[in-house]
Design a protein around this ligand. Sequence first.
Ligand code: SF4
Length: 306
Amino acid sequence: MKKKLENTFSWSVSRDSVFRECPRKYYFNYYGHWGGWQSDADRRTRQIYVLKQLKNRATWIGQVVHACIARSLHNVSRGVPLLAVDEIRSITLSGMRRDFRDSTDGRYWQKPRVYHGFFEHEYDVEVSKEEWKEAADTIDHCLKTFYESETFEALRTLDSKDYLEVEEFSSTGLDGVEISNKLDCATRERDLAIVWDWKTGRREADTGLSLQMACYAYYAKQAFRVDLAHVETRRFDLYRNKLHKDSIRENAMQEMLDYVRGSMKDMLGLLDDPDRNVAREERFQKVERSAVCLKCNFLKVCMPSL
Ligand code: SF4
C-alpha cells in the first residue's frame, strides 16, 4: 500500500530566507499549498499550489542552467558520452522556447509541475522583447562559460568513482531536525571533498552565501565522512566567469549551527502543534511592503487589492 504523504518539518537555507522575507509567504510555500495537487483540493489550496511553482526570469535562468549542467555531469559520472556543446546549447534553447510557449498559453494551471509558468505572465508584468532575449542570452552565456571552462574539463575527465553527488535532494540532521540540501555537485579530489555551487545571477551573490556554504560543508562532513579541514567549497560565478574556492573554519561552523537552531525555533514557535507540524494561516503575519509583495507569487491570494 502506498504510504500517505506527510508534510514534515525540515530546515533549509531557502526556507529560512522565505521565512525572513515574509512569514505569510512562508506559510503559503510550506503549508498552504499542501494537497493542492489532488483532484478534490479546494479552489484556494489549488491556487496556492499553482502559484508556488511560478518562476520569475531570474529563477528560471538558474533553473535552466542548473538542469543542463546536472544532466551533463550525471552522464559524465555514469560514463555516458557527452553531446557536443553546440548541441547541448541548441537543445536547451528549444526547451526555453517551450517554457515560454507553455507559460503564455497558461497550461501551468492544468499541470504546474509539468508546464512552466512565468510570474511575469501570471501577473501581467510588462517585459519587453529585449528583456526576454536578455534572459535567454544570460542562460546561453552561463552555459558557454561553463562548458568552455577548465572546471568542466576537469570534471569531464574525472573518474566516475570520484563523483560523490550531483543535484540530489539529500539531508542531514541537527538536534533531531532534518536539514535539507541539494548540492549542485560534489566530487573527491585526493583527500578533499569538493562541494560545487553554480551561480548565475547578474548581481554578485552575497546575502545568505556564507550560511549556505557552511550548511553545505556541514552536510559534506557527515555525508562523505571527512573532517571539516578536508571540505572545500568551490563557487563558480558563471556570469562573471570567476571561481571562488573556500573552506569553512570551525568557528564559522559553530556560528552557522547557532543561527540554524535559532531559525528553527522561530519557525516552530509559530506552529499550533510543532510535533505534528500543524500551522494555521492567521499566525503568520503579512509583511505588507509593496517592494516585497509586488514580487511575491502569492499576491493574488494574499492581497488582491494590490
Ligand atoms: S503578498 Fe506580501 S504579505 Fe502576502 S505573502 Fe506575499 S510578501 Fe507576504
